[in-house]
Design a protein around this ligand. Structure first.
Ligand code: SF4
Ligand code: SF4
Length: 394
């Protein structure tokens, strides 16, 4: 494995200032003093792509130091953020003009603020995006987690991203320890799929091959919300990894319980990657039936099994061009079966990862969890941010 570049996601913190309806991470923050240190980050392997995420990564005041270290190891870095800390984002982009920024916007103004739970969240996120575009930052985009409440905003937001000449990334609801959530589920699958269908057709009609492959990704999302087997194998932990704020190296963020291959605070990268424990985790990945369809696990698979999305793209471009035939969500057998009453909503719900009675594992350390006995996660993070602002003004 030595020498081979990997695809990594670095979860720099579990602290978050938002209150998203589909993610309870904000209730379960990590303790700042336990979060990944620069020394641990130095031990990460060479990567061809690194995603920095949280929680909200810009809560960490030392994020520029982290990025500086990761720049030495990774060909490309993208930071996922809720866009709230405009000034910090702008400052970081001035220092690192090649770093990509993805701001999650969950719909047009009213919908976004309702889902994200951040007062004025849409305007803040949008302002950050506009400022980045104005300063000519080359790699800016936004991401949206599509659900019943915001599906109707999917195409308008895509149009907005085009107007601003930005990347537009989609996801849908997932359950896992990472989101501290087990109750996420799409209720009106046909309505949400219809909106994906519109987006897929817009992407296919564009002149950008990148967008045609995005169309395939969104086709996979329809398949996912109907709880079907993934369109591509999941090879997490083989050439892709996640690391959490405590230094635990994991295959992904989609598992029900946290799966740990080793700890980078205590071990070297080679020790972890070649360990028996890592092999055991790879074995569970081989038999995993959660069928996630998130960009972190799908993008490497789309590169590895490129002929599968490529054939899909060729077929649909051909049908559009020669037969004037648009993509239809009913090309998925399961969608037809559902429409025709051959499969019920209850049957599909049963196949999903949604579990209304599950006791969710939050993946926190003992110490981080202990602080929740005195205060709520929201209070802890609010105080934390207030202190950061106070110190800055002094
Ligand atoms: S989805 Fe992201 S922004 Fe929303 S609460 Fe979870 S970590 Fe925070
Ligand atoms: S399907 Fe893949 S990404 Fe999802 S939980 Fe299983 S191993 Fe992780």
């Amino acid at each position: 494995m030595k020498g081979k570049k990997l695809n990594g996601t670095v979860i720099v913190t579990y602290r978050c200032n938002a209150r998203c309806t589909m993610c309870n991470r904000y209730k379960c923050p990590s303790k700042p003093e336990e979060e990944l240190s620069i020394e641990t980050i130095k031990k990460l392997p060479k990567m061809y792509f690194t995603n920095i995420t949280g929680g909200e990564p810009f809560i960490r005041e030392d994020l520029p130091d982290i990025v500086r270290e990761l720049c030495k190891k990774s060909d490309r870095i993208v930071i996922s953020t809720n866009g709230f800390f405009t000034e910090r984002i702008i400052e970081l982009c001035k220092e690192f003009p090649n770093v990509g920024i993805r701001i999650s916007i969950e719909g047009l103004e009213e919908t976004n603020n309702k889902i994200r739970g951040l007062e004025d969240g849409f305007n803040k996120g949008y302002l950050t995006l506009k400022k980045l575009v104005e300063m000519g930052h080359p790699d800016v985009g936004f991401g949206m987690t599509v659900q019943d409440a915001n599906a109707k905003d999917l195409v308008p937001l895509y149009d907005l991203s085009n107007e601003l000449n930005m990347e537009f990334a989609t996801a849908s609801l997932h359950n896992s320890f990472y989101f501290v959530e087990s109750k996420n589920i799409i209720k009106d699958r046909l309505m949400v799929s219809k909106e994906f269908e519109k987006l897929i057709n817009k992407l296919l009609e564009s002149n950008s091959p990148k967008k045609w492959f995005r169309a395939y990704f969104n086709h996979g999302l329809i398949n996912y919300i109907f709880s079907q087997k993934r369109l591509l194998p999941c090879d997490m932990a083989f050439d892709t990894f996640f690391i959490d704020p405590y230094g635990d190296v994991m295959p992904c963020n989609g598992t029900k319980e946290k799966q740990v291959m080793g700890n980078l605070n205590d071990q070297s990268w080679e020790e972890i990657w070649n360990s028996k424990q890592a092999e055991e985790v790879r074995n569970t990945v081989r038999h995993c039936n959660r069928q996630c369809w998130m960009i972190g696990s799908v993008s490497p698979a789309m590169h590895k099994y490129i002929w599968i999305p490529a054939l899909w793209v060729i077929k649909h471009k051909f049908l559009r061009f020669f037969k004037k035939q648009k993509y239809s969500m009913f090309e998925n057998k399961i969608v037809r079966d559902f429409r025709d009453g051959k499969v019920t909503k209850e049957e599909l719900d049963k196949c999903s990862t949604c579990d209304m009675y599950c006791n969710v594992n939050d993946g926190l350390s003992e110490q981080s969890r202990e602080q929740l006995q005195r205060k709520s996660g929201e209070e802890i993070v609010e105080e934390d941010i207030a202190n950061q602002m106070k110190n800055k003004n002094n």
